[in-house]
Design a protein around this ligand. Structure first.
Ligand code: GSH
Length: 215
């Protein structure tokens, strides 16, 4: 069945999953179109939608939008359903801060270095670069520490009131903890580990698990 909302993305993309988690939390029905941004033949039509050639892109009727936090905020504002964007000033600042920390300092070490080398590459029969895993774990401590402090403060990441910050962070942690090093690093940050124990059980996370091939 074709819906008026189409999410174009790559099944293993953590950013694609963020958009999917938001759509699920909001209860929005959508179709998907598979685009592998790492392929050499990304189509000209797709590059018209996303000039940087990344994923995802969300289309709703004639409206197209890329950049995942913009997609999340659009979905939250455009559809009925649970409010995922707090308006109280300090809480809103924390939501924006979590997303920015994840994008600026978390994605590369946690996903591109630790997960990609320890889990993703081996799942596809490729060799991991151990130096990348080590560098990623080293860099992840500051990221997890900052997020743990925000969780401790209690305005966001409380495991109860779900916001776009939870939706943004959860897919990154889901990948990170699939490595034994990542799981160990998260354990050292108790409040964040407690948050993950609760949030990982949500239907939105369960329904969007990318299903990597087993080694
Ligand atoms: N700033 C972008 C980042 C999206 C992104 O980096 N997506 C990755 C997949 S998880 C991608 O398309 N990578 C392709 C590449 O690096 O060439 C957003 O928020 O949507």
């Amino acid at each position: 069945m074709e819906y008026s909302v189409i999410l174009r993305g790559y099944r293993y993309s953590v950013y694609n999953r963020i958009a999917r988690v938001v759509l699920h939390e909001k209860g929005v029905a959508y179709s998907t179109e598979e685009i592998d941004p790492f392929a050499t033949n990304v189509s000209e039509d797709y590059l018209k939608l996303h000039p940087f050639g990344r994923v995802p892109v969300l289309s709703h009727g004639k409206f197209d939008v890329f950049e995942t936090s913009a997609i999340a905020q659009y979905v939250n504002a455009a559809f009925e359903g649970p409010e995922l964007m707090p308006t109280e000033a300090e809480t809103l600042a924390r939501v924006t801060q979590v997303i920015s920390i994840v994008d600026s300092y978390g994605y590369r070490p946690m996903v591109r270095q630790v997960f990609a080398h320890r889990v993703f590459r081996p799942a596809f029969g490729e060799v991991a670069d151990e130096a990348e895993v080590t560098a990623g774990i080293d860099a992840s401590h500051t990221v997890l520490g900052a997020l743990n402090n925000i969780a401790k403060e209690g305005r966001v990441l409380d495991g109860q009131s779900i916001t776009v910050a939870d939706c943004h962070l959860a897919p990154m942690i889901a990948y990170f903890v699939q490595s034994r090093e990542g799981a160990g690093a998260l354990k050292a940050h108790k409040k964040l580990a407690d948050w993950w124990a609760t949030v990982s059980q949500r239907e939105s996370l369960q329904a969007t698990a990318p299903g990597l091939p087993s080694k």
